[in-house]
Every structure is written in structure tokens, then in C-alpha cells.
Design a protein around this ligand. Structure first.
Ligand code: FA5
Length: 340
């Protein structure tokens, strides 16, 4: 090989380096020069074919070619890297003068809010929060609550049956017997959750929410229930709230009451939310029927209890002035945004 040929190799490689337009092409040139069968590698291997007298000159020339090509490759690599960095900086530049898109702030659903507020108040009063299954047995939903099969009071709750024995719970009262079987008195529990009935109009939905409360202890009386509900209602709706207890009937409580509160919108004067009555019915409650205690293995001579069942959708409707219960289930973002 002649020194001039070596010079040609050098010139050719320099041209290829200058011609390459990105890092990948530059790398191809590097492999082409210094790879296993690259031109410079091959020339170095073939040194022994060069005349011994020519070798020192030839060796020095190869070193010079290698140095030049390495330098050129390094320079070009630096150029490309700089170019790429500048391009990225330009692309990722933040225009601080651009108007902001605004931050979307989420909000809790009105029912979640009511559940949180009520359970917080109850926890402050010493209640434990429990859960129960929504797919429930006929036994816990009805029989253990002193509502045997074919009892006329079953008609009060139009129930979705899955089989003769399995149903979608029609009341959170179903957790009462479950908890009475598990716990030893005294205890205080609340259970918020979904309930289901074949009901549908502006104030009734097939799926709705209740919050059950149960207290079992010695010497429990209707006075305890009334004072506890009064405190609870005033904390939920405000100190000025008026509360009305009306006699009612539930097979699992004796005596039973229904509880109304003064309409938080008109404060008892009458408006479209309370349909002119000034009061709104919120929940059922009563002193636990001794039969219910006995069914779940609690000595009704020693212990007594009181229980209450809030309609949570109704509570949310009152707190947020919602006129149709269906709005709570439509997932209409425009409606939910107003609830913030
Ligand atoms: C009961 O469900 C009893 N378990 C309450 C109870 C518990 C009484 C403990 C005594 C002791 P009632 O069927 O009245 O009672 O329902 C209670 C509340 O649930 C009602 O006041 C109402 O606010 C709500 N409710 C009932 N059905 C529906 C429905 N289809 N849609 C929305 N809310 C409903």
C-alpha cells in the first residue's frame, strides 16, 4: 500500500464525516473506519505487508490518520449533540405569557358529603362505623328484624328479590342483627350504605342510601334516643333547627317514631322544598323491640336498645336544595359542579 492511498482513505473518511447529517450516520462512519473490518483497522493489520524500511513512515502516517479522523468524529459528534439540545430546549420552552387553562378542582358527591358529615358527628358521639353486604339474606333483612315471611309490613318495602332467600337489602337495618350476633353489649354502631327498593318518583329512587344507628346498653330509653337525635340534627342542620317526633310503626322498634326537621330553606314558614309544610321527614327510629334482641341472642331483660335509620338522599336533597332525587344519580357534571 502506498502512502498516497492512505491519504485517500483519510480524505474519503473526512468527506463522509462532513456529509453525515445526524448521530446515527456519524456512528456508521465510525464503524466504517474503526470497526472490526473498518478501513483503518484493516490498514493497521496489513502493516506487515509494507516494506520494513517504509514501516516507520507508514506507521506514523496511520497514527496521524487515526488521530485526525477521531478528532473530526469527536467535533462532529459535539456539534450534533449541541444541535439536538438546542432543538429540545426550543421545543420544551414554556411560554409564560400564554393564558392558563385553569385548574379543574374536583368535589365530593352530595351523598358522600352527607355520609362523611353524619358519620363524623356519630363518631364524635362514640359510635363505631360498620359495613354490611348489599346482597343480603331474607333472614337479616326481614326475619331477624321481626318481619316474618308473609307479614303485611313487608309490603312497606317493595323489595328486589334475587331468589326466595336472597335479595338486595331494602334497609340498612339488616346490619342490626349481624352486629348483635357479633358484639357483646354495650355497643354503639352506625352503618351507612346503599339500599334498594322498587320505587321511583321525584323523592324515591330504586337505589338510595341510608344510615343505620344502633345502641344497645342497660337502661336505654326513648329519652336517650330523642336527646341523641336532637343533638345530631342540630349539628347537621344548625342550632336553630326545630325537631318534631311523630308516633309511627316499625316491626323492629316499639315504640316507633318518625322524625321531622324544620325546613332549612324557609325555617318552618313553608316553601317549595318542604311543599309548604315547613317541616321535612328525615328518618325512622324507635326503641328496639325486645323480640329483635332475643332473636339475635341478647338478653332483653338485661339490655335494651334504640335504633334509627336516616334516608341520606333526602338529607342531601335538603342540605343542597335539590328538588329531584334523580339528579343525584345522573352523573351530570354541570349539576355536580354546582355542588362544590
Ligand atoms: C326504614 O327503612 C327503617 N329501616 C328505618 C328505621 C331504622 C326505623 C331503625 C326504626 C329503627 P323507611 O322505610 O321509612 O324506614 O325508610 C327510612 C328513610 O329512607 C325514609 O325516611 C326516606 O328518607 C328513605 N327512603 C325510603 N325509601 C326510599 C327511596 N325509594 N328513595 C329514597 N329514599 C328512600
Amino acid at each position: 500500500m502506498l502512502l498516497s492511498e492512505l491519504n485517500d482513505i483519510k480524505e474519503k473518511l473526512i468527506k463522509e464525516i462532513e456529509k453525515s447529517s445526524n448521530l446515527k450516520e456519524l456512528n456508521d462512519v465510525r464503524i466504517n473506519a474503526f470497526g472490526k473490518s473498518g478501513v483503518i483497522t484493516t490498514v493497521s493489520k496489513n502493516m506487515r505487508e509494507v516494506e520494513p524500511t517504509e514501516r516507520p513512515k507508514f506507521g506514523a502516517m496511520i497514527n496521524e490518520v487515526r488521530k485526525t479522523i477521531e478528532e473530526r468524529l469527536g467535533k462532529k459528534t459535539e456539534e450534533f449533540e449541541k444541535e439536538e439540545l438546542n432543538k429540545r430546549l426550543k421545543e420544551e420552552q414554556i411560554d409564560i405569557t400564554e393564558p392558563s387553562k385553569g385548574l379543574e378542582i374536583g368535589a365530593f358527591h352530595p351523598i358522600t358529603n352527607v355520609i362523611d358529615r353524619l358519620t363524623d358527628i356519630c363518631v364524635d358521639m362514640g359510635f363505631s362505623v360498620v359495613e354490611g353486604p348489599e346482597i343480603e339474606s331474607d333472614y337479616y333483612n326481614f326475619e331477624a328484624m321481626n318481619i316474618p315471611k308473609n307479614h303485611p309490613s313487608r309490603d312497606m318495602q317493595d323489595t328486589f328479590f334475587i331468589t326466595d332467600e336472597i335479595l338486595l337489602r331494602s334497609q340498612t337495618s339488616a346490619v342490626q342483627a349481624r352486629e348483635m350476633e357479633k358484639r357483646k353489649p354495650p355497643f354503639k354502631i352506625v352503618c351507612p350504605g346503599k339500599t334498594y327498593r322498587n320505587d321511583s318518583d321525584a323523592t324515591h329512587s330504586p337505589i338510595f342510601h341510608q344510615l343505620e344507628g344502633l345502641v344497645v346498653d342497660e337502661n336505654i330509653s326513648m329519652a336517650d334516643l330523642k336527646s341523641m337525635l336532637t343533638i345530631l340534627m342540630k349539628r347537621l342542620y344548625g342550632e336553630e333547627t326545630m325537631i318534631r317526633f311523630r308516633p309511627s310503626f316499625f316491626p323492629f322498634t316499639e315504640p316507633s317514631i318518625e322524625v321531622d326537621v324544620s325546613c332549612p330553606n324557609c325555617h318552618g314558614k313553608g316553601c317549595n322544598i318542604c311543599k309548604g309544610s315547613g317541616m321535612l321527614e328525615l328518618l325512622g327510629a324507635g326503641v328496639v323491640n325486645p323480640k329483635v334482641l332475643e332473636i339475635s341472642g341478647i338478653d332483653s331483660k338485661k339490655y335494651r336498645g334504640f335504633a334509627f335509620g336516616f334516608g341520606l338522599d333526602r338529607t342531601a336533597m335538603i342540605l343542597d336544595s335539590i328538588s329531584n332525587i334523580k339528579s343525584l344519580y345522573k352523573n351530570d357534571i354541570r349539576f355536580l359542579e354546582q355542588m362544590r
